[in-house]
Design a protein around this ligand. Structure first.
Ligand SMILES: C[S@@+](CC[C@H](N)C(=O)[O-])C[C@H]1O[C@@H](n2cnc3c(N)ncnc32)[C@H](O)[C@@H]1O
Ligand code: SF4
Length: 359
């Protein structure tokens, strides 16, 4: 058995208009420090698992909004667990990245950085509620690369209300000119309790979104499109995220973090005052039918699809007997090639319709 380790830093300097992640702008330094104290103690709950942890991911929020001293406290704690990870990632916001942060990443063995660029158009960045420019993205990318961090992911959000073919094409041009080994291109989701939802922004129609998806796929042809929103150069697929998509188990630490251990899915409390009293909120033990559904829904996100024989080995039953595939095949949303069931290109664009059949 191997595990992933996710560590959540919920602090941000500003709140972006689309974001429903567990995040907050801290009112003072003491609050951050108290949170970190509390979070550092949470690591003790999972001692027996650390010897089998293969990937670490520090996400947020904005982990690099911490000052160097506080960030180093977190990294030191993780280092004391004596994990020797295959991949160790941290999420960053470009405008906050400094050389001393990059030096800390290297000192503690972080070997992958995921940067929220979101767009390479300064006007769009403002409309998304971001507080950086495209130049900040280029500078941060170069700072990482020139200081020995090669494995860099860039996140882009597209199909937002102002998007169109030329704008997106231009963002893709600028991102590709950096030649990152990994790209995540997300279509905007209008989440509840976000500024966009409150402002009732008008989302693009399905056909326009579909055309923009075609553009992304066409322009990223030189990358391996391995998950609905993820593209990599060979060998740079995200090992940590692969743990989620393959329904493997992981430890989640920090406010609002989720974990999956010993068949229990848990969500830590999302409010600071609750997390300060008790780490975990909801816990659900997955029964066999939950596990089968999750295996299919997560597994089909991977464009290589799901192996029928592996499913049978895991669950002692056939995918075709557990789920009705008739409609999905009829409408050409999935295809079966020998042992493999995978989404067609049409299915991948209509992912939610496909996943509904497995709930
Ligand atoms: C934890 S978030 C961001 C990490 C970092 N704080 C930042 O802003 O760059 C990870 C990524 O999810 C994507 N994302 C967040 N909210 C989204 C939404 N409503 N729709 C689509 N993508 C979203 C963004 O691309 C974002 O970079
Ligand atoms: S997108 Fe990132 S920086 Fe913006 S509010 Fe969400 S977590 Fe914070």
């Amino acid at each position: 058995m191997s595990y992933g380790l996710y560590v959540h830093i919920p602090f941000c300097k500003h709140i972006c208009s689309y974001c429903d992640f567990c995040k907050m702008v801290p009112s003072n330094k003491e609050l951050v420090s108290k949170y970190i104290d509390r979070m550092i103690n949470e690591f003790d709950l999972y001692e027996k698992y650390y010897k089998d942890v293969e990937t670490i991911y520090i996400g947020g929020g904005t982990p690099n909004s911490l000052d160097d001293e506080t960030l180093e406290r977190v990294l030191q704690k993780i280092s004391s667990l004596n994990i020797n990870p295959k991949e160790y990632s941290i999420e960053i916001n470009p405008e906050l990245l400094t050389l001393s942060q990059v030096n800390l990443f290297k000192k503690y063995g972080i070997n992958r950085v995921s940067m929220g660029a979101e767009s390479m158009d300064d006007n769009i960045l403002k409309l998304l509620g971001r507080h950086h420019t495209s130049e900040d993205v280029i500078n941060a990318y170069n700072l990482l690369k020139n200081n020995g961090i090669e494995n860099i992911n860039i996140d882009i959000i597209y199909a937002h209300p102002w998007d169109n073919f030329d704008l997106l094409n231009d963002t893709i041009d600028k991102v590709l000119s950096l030649n990152p080994p990994h790209l995540s291109f997300y279509t905007l989701i209008l989440e509840d309790k976000t500024i966009f939802k409150y402002k009732k922004v008008k989302m693009l129609d399905e056909d326009t979104v579909s055309n923009l998806m075609d553009l992304v796929n066409d322009r990223l042809k030189d990358y391996h499109h391995y998950e609905i929103s993820n593209y990599s150069r060979n060998g740079f697929e995200s090992l940590h995220n692969m743990i989620y998509w393959k329904s493997m188990e992981y430890i989640g630490i920090g406010m609002g973090a989720s974990g999956y251990l010993d068949s229990i899915r848990y969500d830590n409390n999302r409010l600071l005052k609750d997390y300060m009293n008790s780490y975990r909120g909801e816990e659900n033990t997955l029964d066999i039918s939950d596990k089968k559904s999750e295996y299919m829904i997560l597994g089909l996100r991977l464009l290589d699809g799901v192996s029928r024989s592996k499913y049978k080995k895991l669950f002692a039953s056939n995918i075709e007997d557990d789920f009705s595939l008739y409609k999905l095949l009829k409408y050409n949303l999935i295809e079966i090639n020998g042992d493999i069931i995978k989404m067609t290109y049409k299915g991948y664009k209509l992912g939610n319709y496909v996943f509904e059949e497995f709930i």
